[in-house]
Design a protein around this ligand. Structure first.
Ligand SMILES: CC(C)(COP(=O)(O)OP(=O)(O)OC[C@H]1O[C@@H](n2cnc3c(N)ncnc32)[C@H](O)[C@@H]1OP(=O)(O)O)[C@@H](O)C(=O)NCCC(=O)NCCS
Length: 443
């Protein structure tokens, strides 16, 4: 998805609604170091982080050069160069069932200063991002959320969950197959060149994962601020297959109180093959002098318990709604993924914001490929004559899109309507994903 980030002006509606409140809404020129640093200051403050150091400002400026960055400014405050609200966004790929990637619009860094909260600033920014997503030609907008109550009102819904996985070291007895290759320690810098390729292949295997950006890998591998405690604690291991080809890597650190076994914790595991996934898990949970291993933002459907003699060695906690999706272009989005059952289904979507509403016919062939067409009113009679139909809101469509939420569950919650007999069961079968959707990073 190639797209000129600075190629169109700031959204005129947000501009007008914020101007009416005496505020300036601006597209930040990321080549302007002072303006970008001031924006980063506001972003850090908004998320309650400590003030950024020079090295943080430099890192974020590099990252923001690849994004569309907006700030809201109040000329009447003591520090008018620091925005009172921030948002950044960029076009990127989202993996969907069937191994393809759909063009999506990632939204991040949504903050409003506590001095300016609850005046509708976030609302103006979020509505503008939906227009940006449209202008970029994205099929969906997406984000990860600090609080689950913020984004539903803009049409977003949770579509892929994540959990913390803890493995009790004393109960680990591996009974799964041995991977034929080997795991070895590697320096973060030494793996940097091949890391994007492995990460890309890992992302493609799992619906809900999004493309990794270069600065993220620098941070994960401990190459950003390498002398910090955090970076120095990071250990990188790589899995090479039996032919010596690198197929995965994981980054972990051990937290340890004095004179006691520690906990091995990891927040990044990229596996391009099942062997790599098993081998890295095994390495991470079979450490000595640790009481256990904690994996952050792991899948709620990890195969791990099935690889151990004692499946209760594994506990899942902090199961969170992690990836939130907002349909922008249902035809492009629905056509991008593969389906688990053939069939014909009419989806009647209500979008109060007038972006993704309409009636869409999904015809899935035996290979799981879909043809999607928008129906107009004259097709109403045809679809009423026996074609399976469901009615749902734009949020519900986002929730079921990746296969992580069954349409029947939303029907039981009164959020999807069965407009013809058998249509919910058909939707369940069609939308099911072979692999549980999962997102393993924050963005
Ligand atoms: C979340 C945040 C950006 C909201 O900013 P804001 O300008 O106060 O929000 P708005 O005034 O535009 O509110 C719009 C609506 O969202 C609701 N809302 C805003 N923040 C909310 C929150 N944290 N929880 C629940 N509802 C919230 C408002 O009540 C309002 O509801 P309405 O549509 O019924 O009128 C702001 O609270 C913030 O910066 N939080 C800390 C950083 C953060 O968590 N950002 C989110 C990153 S994912």
């Amino acid at each position: 998805m190639s797209f000129d980030l600075q190629g169109f002006p700031a959204d005129s509606e947000a501009l007008a609604s914020l101007a009416a409140r005496g505020l300036d809404y601006r597209l930040v020129d990321t080549a302007d170091a002072a303006a970008t640093s001031a924006w980063v200051e506001a972003d850090f403050r908004g998320f309650h982080h400590a003030r950024p150091r020079q090295i943080d400002l430099d890192y974020d400026r590099g990252l923001l050069a690849e994004r569309r960055v907006h700030g809201v400014y109040d000329r009447a405050i003591l520090e008018p160069a620091i925005p009172v609200a921030t948002v950044s966004s960029w076009p990127t790929g989202l993996s969907v069932p069937g191994g393809r990637s759909v063009d999506a619009w990632a939204v991040s860094s949504v903050t409003v200063s506590p001095t300016h909260r609850r005046r509708g600033i976030a609302r103006a920014l979020m509505l503008a991002e939906l227009q940006n997503a449209r202008a970029a030609g994205a099929a969906l907008a997406m984000l990860t959320a600090t609080e689950a109550t913020i984004y539903g009102r803009y049409g977003y819904a949770p579509a892929a969950r994540a959990a913390t996985v803890f493995v009790d070291r004393r109960r680990v007895h591996w009974v799964g197959p041995d991977a034929p290759g080997r795991v070895q320690f590697v320096d973060g810098a030494a793996i940097r060149e091949i890391a994007p390729g492995i990460a890309r292949r890992a992302v493609a295997r799992t619906p809900g994962e999004i493309d990794r950006w270069p600065a993220l890998l620098d941070r994960v591998l401990g190459l950003f601020d390498p002398d910090s405690e955090r970076s120095r604690a990071r250990r990188v291991v790589r899995y090479d297959d039996e032919r010596g080809q690198a197929q995965g890597f994981a980054v972990f650190h051990v937290t340890r109180p004095p004179n006691e076994p520690g906990v091995a914790e990891f927040d990044f595991l990229a596996a391009a093959t099942d062997d790599a996934e098993r081998a890295l898990w095994r390495f991470l949970i079979e450490q000595d002098f640790v009481s256990g291993t904690r994996g952050l933002l792991r899948s709620i459907d990890e195969p791990l318990p099935w690889l151990l003699e004692d499946p209760r060695a594994v506990t899942f906690s902090e199961v969170v709604d992690h990836l939130w999706l907002r349909m922008i272009d249902p035809i492009a989005a629905l056509a991008a993924r593969r389906y688990s059952a053939p069939g014909r289904l009419v989806i009647e979507v209500d979008d109060p914001m007038g972006i993704a509403g309409g009636r869409f016919e999904l015809v899935v062939d035996d290979s799981g490929r879909a043809e999607v067409t928008a129906l107009d009113q004259s097709d109403a009679a045809a679809s009423a004559r026996g074609v399976r139909r469901i009615g749902l809101g734009v949020r519900e469509l986002g929730a079921i899109y990746l296969g992580g939420v069954h349409p029947s569950v939303l029907a039981r919650a009164g959020r999807i309507t069965e407009r013809s007999r058998g249509s919910i069961a058909a939707a369940d079968a069609m939308f099911a994903a072979q692999r549980t959707p999962h997102l393993s990073i924050w963005f």
